[in-house]
Design a protein around this ligand. Structure first.
Ligand SMILES: NC(=O)c1ccc[n+]([C@@H]2O[C@H](COP(=O)([O-])OP(=O)(O)OC[C@H]3O[C@@H](n4cnc5c(N)ncnc54)[C@H](O)[C@@H]3O)[C@@H](O)[C@H]2O)c1
Length: 347
């Protein structure tokens, strides 16, 4: 697979590193509207070509697939161009900033018969895959309650840089710059973590969003800081369970942590993913009586990067697909309406 990386900012480093390690994948070009960034990226990752526009790269045309690592609001227009040019696309999450756009991307890719996947990174967590397998095997019985949280600290910690001065954080805080805030950014991850882990889908949602004042006039330069910093969502699920899904950028001390707890009528599971590793614990069988939890081992799983390369090679789609991500986007869109209307809404 001859792969182009579109958007050579922070996350593109992960794409370059992971894809370069997949046998049969060659990174043939990097594209970024910022020339200095594209040049530095190409030099660092030993990539022969750099372009400053997608149109130029498409006119050149010597690639099979693209990893779209542009900001959220850029995904739709650029992916549509790539699909029109007959290229397979591995797109960053969220697939688009709203459901109609995401649906159009899924419809177009499917109609064209092109491989389309979305980088819902936490599918790479072996413990999540194992938890899902245990749920599907009936190890915890009928699922009754789901608790999922995504905790980030970057509004209170400078570990990842200073959001007050760095563009890569400022665009994430501004609606005008195409961000749906914490809900759109990490909400999609934790929503996928919850429904994939518990092997179900959301059917009702009641959501609260909040953007706290963070600067004089709540603005820094061109960035109006109006995108939500956090969300709380009460949900019901297609398997009959109820639950809560929430996320915040104010979670002091957590840096980047996903938590999922799934309780059934025969047991419970807990998946924790932190920057220093992941764990899966279960309380099942005789342990239920004493409330004792045991670690569960999970075998290594294929990453999304490996799956995408395999899908392009074989011509057979793999998950997570555009369609799946579009369906998650529908939940996120409804969550925003729920917040505006102060109402529980059905999908
Ligand atoms: N899967 C994950 O865990 C994960 C983690 C971080 C970021 N992301 C996603 O990756 C994407 C990029 O995030 P980032 O942190 O790298 O942002 P970033 O701002 O660091 O990088 C984005 C890059 O895209 C470039 N760009 C903007 N418009 C472009 C266009 N039209 N054509 C070409 N290049 C363009 C920018 O100049 C910039 O270099 C976002 O959608 C984000 O949500 C995903």
């Amino acid at each position: 697979m001859r792969l182009v990386i579109l958007g050579t900012g922070g996350m593109a480093r992960q794409h370059a590193m992971h894809f370069a390690a997949v046998p049969g994948v060659t990174l043939v070009a990097g594209v970024d509207v910022d020339k200095s960034r594209a040049d530095a990226f190409a030099a660092k990752h030993d990539i022969a070509r750099g372009f400053t526009s997608l149109d130029e790269a498409i006119a050149w045309g010597e690639f099979d697939a693209a990893a779209n690592v542009t900001p959220d609001s850029v995904h739709h227009a650029t992916t549509m161009k790539l699909l029109a040019a007959g290229k397979h696309v591995f797109c960053e999450k969220p697939l688009a900033v709203n459901y109609p756009d995401a649906k159009q991307m899924a419809d177009t890719a499917e109609k064209a018969g092109l491989i389309n996947m979305v980088n819902l990174t936490y599918r790479n967590v072996a413990q999540l895959q194992k938890a899902r397998a245990m749920v599907l095997a009936g190890d915890i019985g009928t699922v009754r309650h789901i608790e999922a949280a995504y905790k980030q600290s970057w509004l209170v910690s400078k570990l990842w840089g200073d959001w007050k001065t760095e563009q890569q954080w400022l665009w994430r805080l501004s609606k005008k710059h195409g961000s749906n805030g914490c809900l759109g950014d990490t909400g999609i991850h934790i929503l996928d973590f919850a429904v994939y882990g518990a092997a179900t889908d959301v059917d009702h949602v009641f959501c609260k969003l909040r953007a706290f004042d963070k600067a004089p006039g709540n603005q820094i330069g061109e960035y109006v800081l109006d995108a939500n910093d956090g969300f709380t969502m009460a949900a019901t699920f297609k398997n009959g369970a109820i639950g809560v899904i929430h996320g915040t950028r104010w979670a002091t001390g957590h840096i980047n942590e996903l938590q999922l707890r799934i309780y059934g009528d025969k047991g419970g599971l807990e998946v924790i993913h932190r920057t220093d590793g992941s764990t899966l614990r279960a309380c099942i069988g005789a342990n239920i009586e004493k409330g004792e939890w045991q670690d569960v081992a999970a075998e290594e799983v294929e990453t999304n990067y490996q799956k995408f390369a395999a899908a392009v090679k074989s011509g057979k789609m793999q998950e997570p697909s555009f369609r799946h991500a579009a369906n998650l986007q529908k939940v996120l869109d409804l969550a925003q309406v729920s917040d505006q209307k102060h109402a529980e809404l059905e999908l």
